[in-house]
Write a protein that binds this ligand. Structure first.
Ligand SMILES: Cc1cc2nc3c(=O)[nH]c(=O)nc-3n(C[C@H](O)[C@H](O)[C@H](O)COP(=O)(O)O)c2cc1C
Length: 146
């Protein structure tokens, strides 16, 4: 795991069963607090059996700034999604405008030095629905040389 200073600046929160409903409720409350009415948000977290909240935990460090610690936590989510996919699970990383909302932060018990990077939605893959090959990436558009 790429982790400058071996700070382990992440933690995961699993949400199963009725905890997903509580997340839906907090999303509705967060949207209402911003003047948006969206009752669909209540059931969205129940689309997968398991949600894994990815939390970046900023540790005190003179040499590793917060953005590097966020990058490490994002790396954990990325690696985990690849491993789950490899093991046959369907995985989707979802974020959205409410990851920083106080209602959502409170539900996850986030402290001041913690930031929610979204949730990995994990579930089964119905027959015939697994993605096919991705569109090829042109490496020339992403690589230059000095
Ligand atoms: C940080 C992050 C947040 C994401 N949030 C959402 C989201 O809120 N809604 C969504 O439909 N997909 C979300 N995705 C999924 C991406 O849009 C995309 O489907 C996924 O990364 C797979 O990309 P690929 O098809 O190029 O492999 C998110 C991905 C990342 C990395």
């Amino acid at each position: 795991m790429a982790d400058h200073g071996a700070l382990r600046p992440w933690r995961l929160v699993e949400l199963r069963g009725e905890a997903r409903q509580r997340l839906g409720d907090s999303l509705v409350a967060a949207s209402a607090a911003r003047g948006i009415t969206n009752s669909h948000l209540a059931t969205k977290p129940s689309r997968a059996e398991l949600l894994l909240a990815i939390v970046s935990v900023t540790k005190p460090s003179l040499k590793v700034p917060a953005w590097e610690q966020d990058a490490t936590a994002a790396g954990v989510a990325h690696v985990l999604s690849l491993l789950l996919d490899e093991a046959g699970w369907g995985v989707m990383w979802r974020s959205g405008p409410f990851v920083d909302a106080s209602e959502v932060r409170e539900l996850h018990g986030l402290r001041e030095n913690e930031r929610l990077l979204g949730w990995l939605y994990v579930g089964g893959v119905p027959d015939g629905t697994r993605d096919g090959p991705k569109l090829p990436v042109d490496p020339g558009a992403f690589l230059t040389a000095l």
